[in-house]
Design a protein around this ligand. Sequence first.
Ligand SMILES: Nc1ncnc2c1ncn2[C@@H]1O[C@H](COP(=O)(O)OP(=O)(O)OP(=O)(O)O)[C@@H](O)[C@H]1O
Ligand SMILES: [Mg+2]
Length: 328
Amino acid sequence: MSEPILTATNLKRHYEVKGGFMKPNAIVRALDGASFTLTPGKTLAVVGESGSGKSTLARVVTMIEAPTDGELIIGGRKIGPEGASRDRDLRAMVQIVFQDPYGSLNPRQTIGQTLMEPLLLNRPEIGAAEREKRAREMLGMVGLRPEHFERYPHMFSGGQRQRVAVARALMLEPKILVLDEPVSALDLSIQSQVLNLLMDLQERMDLAYLFISHDLSVVRHLADEVLVLYLGQPVEIGPKEQIFEHPRHPYTKALLSATPVADPLMRKERIKLKGELPSPMNKPEGCSFNPRCWRRLDICTTVEPELQGHGHCYACHNPVPEDETAAA
Ligand SMILES: Nc1ncnc2c1ncn2[C@@H]1O[C@H](COP(=O)(O)OP(=O)(O)OP(=O)(O)O)[C@@H](O)[C@H]1O
Ligand SMILES: [Mg+2]
């Protein structure tokens, strides 16, 4: 197994929001202490409800925003709260693909210009002919045709646009690709094509993926490891098989129980979560999940559980018993 290319330790991103008339400013703890590693050729999937901090994590890892606390080490270089690095080579190492294939491409640029732009801006030493050659090669790598080079984004389908977005992200030969819901906006039939392309590119280029998705069937397809976020904090992290077959955190189990299974004969008890996700501005005492948890004990309302374990870790005072998770 290769060495990690990225190590995050207790990574946090808080936002201060104005409280309004006579009200103090409040702190939104969007990302509140995440630790994980990314490894070449491997995929860490991040799952969690809307508002759990997935995109915030994506922005911090991509150095679009600096962490407010904790440590991020990318390729041996430390990125701390003092600010995102201006170092071009470091920034080129991590690239991102967003969910919206319609908003992410400049409508006035041809696909060729879109692909060549990162080189023009970051690698001015590369001449025009070489720039075009690399862009054309990349077009082929993502399964588009040579004649697409001169076309404009409006002539493309959502799936094709997402291929262009992936190609553009790869132009600077990054080591890490952050994928924030990259197929959620696409038709189901197109999703698997784009996912297969991503898996193929990962293998060819030995890329480390941080793959954000709320769709657990997609995660099951391509993750190596899974991190479950709740209110900005990892509540469970581990190898995919462990997370899917033996989830120990009640929240993970609830998430899994809500996803349809391929085999209709496989019976599954469905756990319905009580209430809404609380605000990251006003987190519950003790375990943040306790107001919605069906396994809550007294201690859960006062003491925050630590993430514990080796390889497969979970932060829970009353985890789901292992034999029970196997049967579900
Ligand atoms: N710039 C900001 N200022 C204040 N609050 C923010 C800011 N960015 C994000 N938040 C808050 O942080 C929390 C996490 O947001 P984030 O976008 O990371 O969630 P998410 O998991 O990506 O959600 P979704 O699945 O809907 O994309 C939310 O409560 C959000 O309102
Ligand atoms: Mg998001």
